[in-house]
Write a protein that binds this ligand. Structure first.
Ligand SMILES: *Cc1c(COP(=O)(O)O)cnc(C)c1O
Length: 372
């Protein structure tokens, strides 16, 4: 079946008791057993498993083409579980521009716990190869990466991970299952912040890990979910699943509109540089054409005149809201360096933009008036 149909139907069935077409929310923490102690309906206690969570996990398995999925209360909890599946002494290769919270977990939490990490520029395959050690057990990739939306060659990084005997994990949050299929490029695990495009309405925090194969790694992640207990609530799972129903159409519109906005900005005299993989002169354009269906809804723009000029543009915007995060229906703009704080390597004049579902001409008009 095609992905639009999967997105609408996966993890849902008409309720046999009531005929309800839309799934119910099951807040129950505990579930009835048969007289003989068995539980043929599958659930015992909601930290271990629960109906809304099982439906969300089934949907992600179908969307990504995996065999197992483990949902968490945030992508950061999902990411932490992936690192906890390793052992002290293991080595990780991770992107220099990994999601801020992922880098922070590796540096400030898991380094102390005994994980060694080498941070590399994932667009430099030689650097990835050089970073691998005999103890390398995990290679982590993200594409396009935040906030410059750099595209890395996921298949070739996967080949390096495989040759090293390391697990290969792709955080597919920014590309979504609609634009990129990391299992086809060699990934063992796919991580999503469902907080972003999958939820799609900026109203639910969540994360999920999808596995290509059953085995010890998947079992370990399931244990970390159910024993660790960082599980999403039934309502959280329900919201993400309802968001996914429209995911293919939202992501396509956001990608189409982002390309229009990026093209407009690239031709504006007050703009120094636009970072968007859909622009033909972007360094990642050719790889993106190969491994993505479209170029995504995220872009960044460097405004001439430094940090103050960039802040002034953001201050004048009317349709765009000044806020962090991305993937919702509303367009957002963010002065990234001030969010990241001291030590940031993000250019001071950079605005990060999440394209929502407004008419693209209104977004372009908003930039026109704000750039002056
Ligand atoms: C937002 C994000 C995360 C973290 O998601 P939370 O749900 O806030 O923990 C991880 N990876 C990427 C790429 C993200 O954009």
């Amino acid at each position: 079946m095609r992905i639009e149909t999967v997105a609408v139907h996966a993890g849902a069935e008409v309720d046999p008791g009531t005929g309800a077409v839309t799934p119910a929310i099951h807040p129950s923490t505990t579930f009835e057993r048969e007289p003989d102690g068995s539980f043929p309906r599958g659930h015992i206690y909601s930290r271990s498993s629960a109906p809304n969570r099982a439906a969300l996990e089934a949907c992600l398995i179908a969307l990504e083409g995996g065999v197992g999925a483990v949902a968490f209360s945030s992508a950061s909890a999902a990411t932490a579980a992936v690192f906890q599946s390793l052992a002290p002494g293991d080595h990780v290769v991770a992107p220099m521009d990994a999601y801020y919270g992922t880098g922070k977990l590796l540096r400030e939490v898991y380094a102390g716990w005994g994980l060694a990490t080498t941070f590399v520029d994932m667009t430099d395959l030689g650097a990835v190869e050089k970073a691998v050690r005999p103890t390398t057990k995990l290679v982590w990739a993200e594409s396009p990466s935040n906030p410059l939306w750099k595209v890395s060659d996921l298949a070739r990084i996967g080949a390096i991970a495989r040759a090293a005997g390391a697990h290969y994990v792709v955080d597919n949050t920014t590309a979504t299952p609609i634009l990129s299929s990391p299992f086809k490029l060699g990934a063992d695990l796919i991580v999503h912040a469902t907080t972003k495009y999958l939820g799609g309405h900026s109203d639910v925090l969540g994360g999920i890990v999808v596995a290509r194969e059953r085995g010890p790694l998947f079992d370990r992640l399931r244990t970390l979910q159910t024993a660790g207990g960082a599980v999403p609530s039934p309502f959280d799972c329900w919201l993400v699943l309802r968001g996914i129903r429209t995911l293919p159409y939202r992501v396509r519109a956001q990608s189409e509109h982002a390309l229009k906005v990026a093209t407009f900005l690239a031709g504006h005299p007050r703009v120094e540089r636009v970072h968007y993989p859909g622009l033909p002169d972007n360094p990642g354009h050719e790889i993106a054409r190969r491994q993505m269906a479209m170029f995504g809804g995220m872009l960044s723009v460097q405004v001439k005149g430094g940090a103050e000029a960039a802040m002034a543009v953001a201050a004048k915007m009317r349709v765009f809201t000044r806020a962090t995060s991305f993937g919702g229906t509303e367009s957002l703009v963010e002065h990234r360096a001030s969010i990241e704080g001291p030590g940031t390597t993000t250019p001071a004049n950079l605005l990060r933009v999440s394209i929502g579902l407004e008419h693209p001409d209104d977004l372009i008009e908003d930039f026109t008036q704000a750039l002056g």
